[in-house]
Design a binder for this molecule. Structure first.
Ligand code: URA
Length: 241
């Protein structure tokens, strides 16, 4: 006697075979893929528009004195759908001159780190806590951070990255609302509070590339590489050999 269970199994197999040969599954799958792609494309377009809107607001911004001292604003750039956002402190002289983040020596080292991770600059999003250069590269002031932070918070909300890499003490402390030293913060995942009703974003703190250039010891380089390997592991990405 054929058991109920077997009948169910046979019927299911039969339906699956019918569906397979009539192309039902294939049609279904490609419909789903097309829809997904359309949604993804729309999302990227919308994200790009929103990010451009923020860049426009930053361009007009005069909320702090840096607005009258800058040559160019540096809102940030990269993939609107990035899985990783690198966040530094503030633009330096090269960035101020070109209007792009991390294009000086510290930026070239960041490019190397991104490359060592098997990624391209265009895969990630790169920006700073401050969108304008503080004179003589002095540290950001509290009132400047308070004025500028909403732009970054909105960028994070739009991009919705899986991981934020905070480069250096200023970025890590600001985003984690702490005064702990970077030596204590780096090397482990923290949570960036992304707002009410939103899941927190994993944040890896590591040394700033400018610090690394000034203290280019094998030990410091190893530490940054260890931090980045944790990021890759968390994203399920292979560590390039
Ligand atoms: N240092 C930063 O923190 N940001 C830049 O864009 C360049 C150097």
């Amino acid at each position: 006697m054929v058991k109920d269970l077997d009948i169910n199994k046979i019927v299911k197999q039969h339906i699956e075979m019918e569906q397979f040969f009539t192309g039902f599954f294939l049609k279904c799958r490609s419909d789903t893929l097309e829809t997904q792609n359309q949604e993804a494309t729309m999302a990227v377009t919308e994200k790009t528009t929103e990010l451009e809107k923020i860049a426009g607001e930053v361009h007009e911004c005069r909320k702090c004195e840096l607005g009258s001292l800058r040559t160019n604003t540096v809102p940030g750039e990269g993939n609107p759908n990035a899985r990783i956002m690198f966040i530094g402190e503030a633009p330096g002289a090269d960035e101020d001159a070109q209007g792009q983040p991390f294009v000086g020596r510290a930026g070239q080292l960041l490019d190397k780190i991104i490359g060592a991770c098997g990624l391209k600059r265009s895969d990630v999003f790169i920006c700073n806590i401050l969108k304008c250069r503080p004179p003589d590269n002095r540290d950001p002031r509290a009132e400047e951070i308070i004025s500028c932070l909403p732009y970054l918070q909105r960028q994070i909300e739009i991009i919705d990255p899986e991981i934020i890499v905070a480069l250096g003490a200023h970025a890590a402390r600001t985003l984690l609302n702490t005064t702990k030293p970077i030596g204590q913060l780096r090397g482990q995942f923290h949570e960036y509070y992304a707002g009410i009703g939103r899941p927190p974003v994993k944040l890896m703190a590591t040394y700033h590339t400018a610090y690394l250039l000034r203290n280019y010891s094998p030990e410091n380089r190893r530490r940054v590489w260890e931090d980045m390997k944790k990021v890759l592991a968390e994203l399920g990405l292979p560590v390039p050999k």
